[in-house]
Ligand binder design. Structure first.
Ligand SMILES: Cc1cc2nc3c(=O)[nH]c(=O)nc-3n(C[C@H](O)[C@H](O)[C@H](O)COP(=O)(O)O)c2cc1C
Length: 198
């Protein structure tokens, strides 16, 4: 039986003016789109215009940008977060986007593509693993990191060491797809029992 493709949402995690993030995200999205087992949507947080003030109990209607983004996340089976490292963590707008949602992340796998100086953004990724764990999301073990990213991409937007990075991207997506199918089947079988623990 052929399984229907997973809906993969790729999140462009930097909103900074003059950011590098789209180069990394576009390279990864092109690779992912070459596979038949995922259908890729790209969400650019710079275009999402999420407010940075979260609602209180008295607020009955969510802001329009949140309502517009919600179905894209809710219908996703898996996520890839593309993130730089800011002060040994990940960008504040990315945390803001994560915090606006809850069930949309639940019982779904998350993979990471990072970039930075000597760290390749891995310190940002380690923190994202903690955050997504709190949201009952499953971070896949393999990630892709670009240390000294400004030396790693050619003028055409592909990594200088393309074959190696393509291989890593493929391995990471294989893991993500495995988890994506397992967790989608689980969600369809039984609602996720979140909320029991403190
Ligand atoms: C506020 C800020 C903090 C940064 N902190 C780090 C850091 O801790 N580690 C690192 O490797 N690079 C750091 N950088 C450099 C970024 O890796 C670099 O600016 C990169 O281009 C950021 O991604 P972006 O252009 O897509 O926003 C920092 C950049 C900014 C703007």
């Amino acid at each position: 039986m052929t399984e229907r493709p997973l809906r993969l949402v790729l999140i462009v995690g930097s909103t900074r003016s003059g950011r590098f993030c789209p180069t990394v995200a576009e390279w990864f999205a092109a690779h992912a789109r070459s596979r038949a087992d995922v259908a890729v949507d790209v969400i650019d947080l710079a275009q999402a215009w999420l407010p940075d003030v979260l609602p209180g109990d008295e607020d009955t209607e969510l802001p329009r940008p949140v309502r517009e983004l919600q179905p894209w996340l809710a219908e996703a089976d898996a996520f890839v977060v593309v993130t730089p490292e800011y002060n040994h963590s990940f960008p504040a707008p990315l945390k803001n986007a994560i915090d606006w949602f809850f069930e949309e992340w639940q019982a779904k796998p998350v993979a990471y593509v990072s970039y930075g100086g000597i760290s390749g953004g891995l310190r940002a990724v380690e923190q994202l693993r903690l955050v997504f764990n709190e949201l009952h999301a499953t971070s896949v073990r393999t990630s892709i990191a670009f240390p000294n990213f400004d030396e790693r991409f050619g003028e055409d937007g592909t990594p200088v060491d393309a074959a190696r990075y393509e291989k890593s991207a493929h391995a990471m997506l294989d893991e993500l797809v495995w988890w994506g199918h397992a967790l989608r089947a689980g969600r369809e079988r039984t609602p996720f029992p979140a909320g029991a623990g403190e």
